[in-house]
Design a protein around this ligand. Structure first.
Ligand code: PEP
Ligand code: MN
Length: 341
């Protein structure tokens, strides 16, 4: 249930409503917007009459949210959630591009990657140090050593760091090095892990499960929000379909649909979304045209010798080209690609 308070209502009226809701056994999530305060009340409402709250001082209206997700819903928050991390903002007009290798491989490689990413004008360095590989015999990542290298490389270029965290035991350690934590497609339904991520105050990129519906995906975000971490960014990274020409099918429709259903920022990953290097730029263009808030792409100084996902990884020149091509599209849809210094 959502209680919308009237404009410029007193703090006392808000507190009275919160106290009443707590008394009725609801969990409270308060959202103080530009003009209105909205109170999200989560819990069982079977033996309760919404009219009792509607009559209270300062209450404009009470809405019962019919979707199974509450805090992630547009009804709960009409304005887009904007996530600020140092100099960047995700969820507003800016298109934020995160780029880097699939895996951190060694110091030289990640320093070169950071240089490439910076030169292309992207503010965030991506890279995996703990890799969720299909085979246990494939390269599993450099672990904490890799994170240290990536942090140093990013700091040298003034970039932020995003990297995947695979289970609860890694959260504290990875948080020391990363500005954003990434939940991979294979972990989207790991609900106990999502609850753990709800307990921290660090932005989380939640990748769509490869067979997840929009509802399941937003419900996964709800787990993180319900714990108290409201900094969730959704990432469409392609779903499993019958088509095997591409590795996955990047679902561009997810962008406007998620924006209708939820206030959370949405980005896409055209690298994992297609699995083919030559399809990354067209899908990046399509994502920007459809209104995404950002992109995550793989780039490597020498993709043909990358230790993972080389076939979908851009050459440095292609990243520059991609940034050039999306510039005009961003403008056409009322977005911008900021110049970061
Ligand atoms: C990644 O971005 O490194 C990754 C493994 O992606 P996904 O979880 O989407 O497969
Ligand atoms: Mn990869």
């Amino acid at each position: 249930m959502v209680v919308v308070m009237k404009d410029k209502v007193s703090e006392q009226a808000i507190e009275q409503v919160i106290a009443k809701l707590k008394e009725l056994g609801f969990g409270i999530h308060r959202s103080t917007g530009v003009s209105k305060t909205i109170i999200g009340a989560i819990g069982d409402k079977t033996s309760f009459d919404a009219a009792d709250i509607e009559m209270m001082d300062g209450v404009e209206r009470v809405m019962v949210i019919s979707e199974p997700y509450k805090l992630a819903s547009r009804t709960f928050r009409a304005e887009n959630t904007k996530i600020k991390i140092k100099k960047i903002e995700i969820g507003g007009e800016d298109i934020v591009v995160m780029a880097g290798p699939c895996s951190v491989e060694n110091k030289e490689q990640i320093f070169k990657c950071a240089e490439i990413v910076k030169k292309a004008g992207c503010p965030i360095l991506r890279g995996g140090a703990f890799k969720p590989r299909t085979s246990p015999y494939s390269f599993q990542g450099l672990g904490e050593e890799g994170l240290k290298m990536m942090r140093d490389a990013a700091d040298r270029e003034g970039l932020l760091v995003v990297t995947e965290v695979m289970d609860r035991s890694q959260i504290a350690m990875i948080s020391k090095y990363a500005d954003i934590l990434q939940v991979g497609t294979r972990n989207m339904s790991n609900f106990t892990f999502l609850k753990d991520l709800g307990q921290i105050q660090k932005p989380v990129i939640l990748k769509r499960g490869m067979s997840a519906t929009y509802k399941e995906w937003i419900m996964a975000a709800e787990y993180i929000l319900a714990g108290g971490n409201d900094q969730v960014i959704l990432c469409e990274r392609g779903i499993r379909t019958f088509e095997d020409y591409t590795r996955n099918t990047l679902d561009i429709a997810a962008i406007p649909i998620i924006q209708k259903l939820s206030h959370l920022p949405i980005i896409t990953d055209p690298s994992h979304g297609t699995g083919r290097r030559d399809k990354v730029i067209p899908m990046a263009r399509a994502s920007v045209a459809a209104g995404c808030h950002g992109l995550m792409v793989e780039v490597h100084p020498d993709p043909d010798h990358a230790l993972s996902d080389g076939g979908q990884t851009l050459f440095p020149q292609q990243l520059l080209e991609m940034m050039k091509q999306i510039q005009g599209i961003a403008q056409a849809v009322g977005k911008r690609i900021p110049v970061y210094s």
